[in-house]
Design a protein around this ligand. Structure first.
Ligand SMILES: CC(=O)N[C@H](C=O)[C@@H](O)[C@H](O)[C@H](O)COP(=O)(O)O
Length: 245
């Protein structure tokens, strides 16, 4: 259900538009300690309505410099599970204590390292926090809303066993989610949105906001998309030329 609490509602309403995911991992070619702050400042400069940030450390750094609401998460990888977005109660607590107004967590049916379905954490979270459910499917979105999620996004579409190796958003499925759930929760599009036009399409279909990461804050991946395409083209073109001789 959409929150009744005026404070929560006002904050979520203010997120309408573009949310920029500002995250780096230590082994990224662009990683420096303050890189995410620079990304968030650039997003603020551009007029973004919110930031999505990973880890207590990066959330705190952004919060100290940029006055925008933060959707916080904490990625922790374990050996026996694909659940890595804020997978434990302690991780949720740390995100909240770091200053994020909104806690994002995996609310799919995947089993966590502890052997329970990821979505089970949702109903036991701090009621003060606004909850952003990361899901992969329509059914998971439905259940997350029943369990009290305030915002829902298909963030994990392409990342669960069921949907692995899909590298495009399913905009039709997102439209179906918006039609069914828009009155009960704020629907957000997240994952594989690479152009302003695709983001706009999602808004037109009923998204309250669109979260964009790689296309804005991961220049090495943007460069790689160009290189992969150009190199693939060169190889095919050379093979075709050779076969003529
Ligand atoms: C699956 C996962 O780990 N998603 C993460 C969630 O916080 C981020 O790495 C993504 O950048 C974010 O979801 C935005 O997606 P895209 O980078 O495709 O615009």
């Amino acid at each position: 259900m959409k929150p009744q609490d005026a404070r929560k509602r006002q904050l979520i309403e203010s997120l309408a538009g573009l949310i920029v995911s500002c995250q780096t991992q230590k082994d990224d070619p662009i990683h420096t300690d303050d890189m995410v702050v620079k990304m968030a400042e650039a997003a603020r400069w551009a007029g973004a309505s919110g930031i999505r940030a990973n880890s207590p450390e990066q959330i705190k750094a952004i919060k100290s410099k940029v006055d925008l609401p933060v959707i916080g998460l904490y990625k922790i990888w374990y050996e026996h599970t694909d659940v890595f977005i804020t997978p434990t109660l302690d991780a949720c607590r740390q995100v909240w204590e770091a200053g994020a107004e909104i806690i994002a967590l995996d609310c799919t049916s995947q089993l966590t390292e502890e052997g329970r379905p990821a979505y089970e954490l949702l109903p036991v979270l701090n009621p003060e926090a606004i909850i952003f459910a990361d899901v992969a499917t329509y059914e998971e979105a439905k259940r997350a809303i029943q369990l009290g999620a305030d915002l829902v996004a298909p963030t994990l579409y392409g990342y669960t066993a069921e949907t692995k190796h899909i590298e495009q958003p399913d905009i039709r499925e997102f439209a179906r989610m918006c039609r069914a759930f828009k009155e009960d929760a704020y629907m957000v599009m997240e994952g594989h949105i690479y152009t302003p036009e695709d983001a706009m399409k999602c808004m037109y279909l009923g998204a309250h906001a669109v979260v964009v990461g790689s296309a804005i804050t991961r220049p090495h991946l943007i460069a790689k998309r160009f290189v992969d395409l150009l190199n693939g083209y060169q190889t095919n073109w050379r093979d075709a030329e050779r076969s003529k001789h």
